[in-house]
Design a protein around this ligand. Sequence first.
Ligand code: FAD
Length: 276
Amino acid sequence: MIPAPFDYEVADSVGHALSLLGDREDAKLLAGGHSLLPLLRLRFTRPALLVDIGRLEELSYVREKGDSIAIGALTRHHDVHRAPLLQEHNPLVSYAAGRIGDPQVRHRGTIGGSVAHGDPASDLPAVLLALDAEIDIAGTSGVRTVPAAEFFQGVFTTAAGPNELVTEIRVPKLTGDHGWSYLKFRRRAQDWATVGVALVAKRSNGGVESAAIGLVNMGATPLRARAAEKALASGGDPGAVAAEGTDPPSDTQASADYRRHLARVLVRRAAQEALS
Ligand code: FAD
């Protein structure tokens, strides 16, 4: 279908984007457009104004910041995947970004768009949740930092308001004691995850000191598999309790029961991979 009519402005800085958004409820940011354009074409959303931030070079970077790696919101999935700093210090993020969609999607889609869109089927939000990432949100009154655990609030609903802009995402540097895995079950190579599992475990004295597990497509938001994390850290079987506290959807890809089964199998395999 053809989108409903809208005005179009190109922002040349973060400040310019914020002033174009102003206090309008009917404006939307356009980054890579790979989630927004399908919604416009289906007329699920009808913004009166699109503010194009896709050319904001100032928000496209991967750089060191103390114990963290900072990723600008406009960094394309392809550039996250290929970033040497992430490959060295947080390969979980770069690996997962390389599993998104197909090359065309990865060359247009941005990490900021992926988190701001708030789709529980997206790959990176669950990874960021498992890593306790921090997300910077700019508004007219300044920049605030929100932990990933508070950012994802419901299907397509996040802590970023309609007149705010996600500017940066920070992930911790992982040390040599960390093992990690990202497993994504999908029917075809370029599909969205039917279920995905991001796991990072800190090893000590031959055991697991702590573990964090993020689940894709197992509820209205990316979820932490807290029971499985505890099981893994205490030497138990994390797979057995991987679906505890989840509320997966039933759709044309899979029933809720099948998704629970997938979560159990994938968490078990992810734990083996991370600790191998
Ligand atoms: P846009 O589509 O431009 O924007 C999405 C939403 O976020 C809009 O509401 C917009 O206003 C808002 N927004 C964008 N940037 C910001 C910002 N900086 N601050 C605040 N709000 C912002 N994703 C996966 O995770 N896994 C997949 O396997 C996958 N497969 C895909 C396959 C196809 C065929 C397509 C078309 C998309 C797929 N995607 C997948 C989604 C893709 O990763 C999108 O690029 C991503 O979800 C949104 O990023 P974007 O830059 O395109 O955002």
